[in-house]
Write a protein that binds this ligand. Structure first.
Ligand SMILES: Nc1ncnc2c1ncn2[C@@H]1O[C@H](COP(=O)(O)OP(=O)(O)OP(=O)(O)O)[C@@H](O)[C@H]1O
Ligand SMILES: [Mg+2]
Length: 188
């Protein structure tokens, strides 16, 4: 009977030709987290607010653990992604359809998020219309805003990102793209 010990572990030891060390899950984990290469992860979720909390949790993990932002920035970026997924679900996608959230993270450098909808929701807007709307609302003095709604993009998203752009996507909907660079004082 074969026995396992610290010197003869069952997996990834390199001793078993079917489980060489370079194939082990652990060696692949280290490789991706130690390099300054973009890591791209896409989540596709139904048009349903129920799934937003999972995206929120995942955003914190990517922003803090994979990119290297402080907890304060992870919380801020959670709000940014929350606003974008909320908009895609509320305005950009009908029940039964899907939205797509893509994270592109570079360790120690930047986080990018793309939120794509299918343009089948309550409010159909083009990228050009959205860019104009946000540019106008950014001129408004925030202390003069008296309505509860209408702050997501112009106040939260655009202030906590370095870049905010709208694109018309192939599905007929909107893709909202945000970028945040990791600057001095924002690290973990
Ligand atoms: N993905 C989208 N598809 C279509 N229209 C959108 C989309 N996202 C935003 N909009 C339009 O842009 C407007 C402004 O969005 P914004 O997130 O800034 O404010 P809001 O969603 O109305 O309110 P708040 O986010 O403050 O609760 C929305 O009211 C909606 O008309
Ligand atoms: Mg909104």
């Amino acid at each position: 009977m074969q026995t396992f010990s610290a010197n003869n572990p069952p997996f990834g030891s390199g001793l078993d030709p079917n489980h060489p060390q370079e194939h082990s899950v652990l060696s692949k984990t280290n490789a991706i987290l130690n390099e300054e290469v973009p890591v791209k992860i896409t989540i596709i979720l139904p048009t349903n607010a129920y799934f937003m909390s999972g995206v929120r949790d995942f955003t914190k993990t990517v922003v803090m653990n994979m990119t290297g932002f402080s907890e304060k920035w992870a919380f801020r970026f959670q709000s940014v992604v929350d606003e974008l997924t909320n908009n895609a679900i509320e305005f950009g996608s009908a029940p039964g359809e899907y939205i797509k959230v893509t994270f592109v993270s570079v360790k120690g450098k930047s986080i990018e998020v793309f939120v794509e909808d299918s343009g089948t929701g309550a409010s159909k807007k083009t990228a050009a219309e959205m860019s104009r709307l946000v540019a106008e609302r950014r001129q408004t003095d925030p202390t003069r805003i008296t309505t509860i709604r209408g702050r997501g993009l112009a106040q939260i998203v655009s202030h906590w990102t370095d870049q905010l752009e709208f694109l018309d996507n192939a599905a007929g909907g909107l893709t909202v793209h945000v970028v945040k660079q990791l600057s001095d004082g924002e690290q973990d």
